[in-house]
Design a protein around this ligand. Structure first.
Ligand code: C5P
Length: 300
């Protein structure tokens, strides 16, 4: 018996960041859009909990109990008084440490896969609660589509999207640690008043209408200056994408993956080719959104 769950990556079309809270986290107004780049998590009974991973970035994925997929299996097992002895296999297509919620995707995927394998019958609310314990972005990986996340980003409201948005994503030569980017945000913010993070009305309207020009005019990422401060070379990638005709370019989440909005699939392909030829980035992928959240694809 095994269960396979497919989980999408995300891009943040708005990431408004407030001042650091006493618990070290930051209040956010975080507009997530799931995009069609997927990890697949397969779970099967085993003698003991173990994690394996395949894919181009597999060497950079931790295979111990710090992996969010392992932590998800342990959390669900503990709540239901059973052992977490499963083999979790991750087929990884989402860039690792890239700002596209790849680790969060594996946590949400493992949770849904274990729930299905074990017949736990956990409610959606319970699954979302466990997701929020695992990490700020994990609840969104479960639900997918588009959503506004407030609090740490884990309190979600689903958003209507009136069309398909076409994106190009460029990885960088190395990953970035999310805590390091937030620390740099705090350093750059020192001595300044940081306003309360609020979702942009123009951005939510652009999503609702499915209008790529309006979305391009409204995207924003408050972490971008911090990411560029730690990784200045990304400015060249952003410029290369804009020169190639992207409607807008931005850092995805805490980065260092960069995201480029295209008017249609042909434009996305042209921008992808130009980015590959520019020599300013690692691998380049196209993907559209919104994409569905974690979904069971096989169970037998
Ligand atoms: O929630 P998650 O484990 O994904 O967060 C990783 C790190 O990112 C946190 O330890 C914190 O440093 C930073 N973070 C933050 N504010 C948030 C979300 C994450 O400061 N809202």
């Amino acid at each position: 018996m095994s269960v396979t769950v497919r989980v999408p990556a995300k891009v943040n079309v708005q990431l408004a960041v407030g001042a650091a809270r006493p618990d070290g986290f930051h209040d956010l107004a975080n507009v997530f859009l799931a995009v069609g780049l997927y990890d697949e998590v397969t779970v099967a009974p085993a003698q003991e909990l173990r994690v394996t991973c395949e894919g181009p970035d597999a060497a950079h994925v931790p295979l111990d109990r710090t992996n969010l997929a392992a932590r998800a299996a342990i959390a669900l097992a503990e709540r239901h008084g059973r052992s977490p002895d499963v083999h979790l296999h991750i087929a990884k297509d989402i860039p690792v440490a890239g700002g596209m919620a790849g680790g969060s995707a594996d946590g949400a995927g493992a949770l849904l896969a274990c729930d299905t394998l074990w017949g736990t019958g956990a409610s959606r609310e319970e699954l979302l609660e466990i997701c929020a314990e695992l990490g700020s972005d994990v609840p969104f990986s479960l639900v997918g589509g588009a959503a506004l996340g407030v609090g740490r980003g884990e309190q979600l409201t689903a958003l209507e999207v009136g069309g398909t948005f076409h994106w190009v994503f460029a990885t960088a030569g190395r990953g970035l640690s999310t805590p390091a980017v937030f620390r740099e945000f705090d350093r750059l913010a020192e001595g300044r008043d940081i306003p309360e993070p609020v979702a942009s009305r123009a951005l939510l309207d652009a999503l609702g209408k499915g209008d790529p020009d309006a979305l391009a005019a409204a995207v924003s990422n408050d972490l971008q200056p911090a990411t560029l401060s730690l990784f200045p070379e990304l400015a060249r990638t952003l410029a290369a994408g804009e020169e190639a005709g992207a409607l807008t370019s931005l850092v995805s989440g805490s980065g260092p993956t960069t995201a480029f909005l295209a008017r249609d699939p042909d434009a996305a392909e042209r921008i992808a080719q130009a980015l590959r030829a520019s020599g300013t980035c690692g691998s380049v992928r196209t993907a559209s959104g919104p994409a569905p959240g974690a979904t069971v694809v096989t169970a037998f």
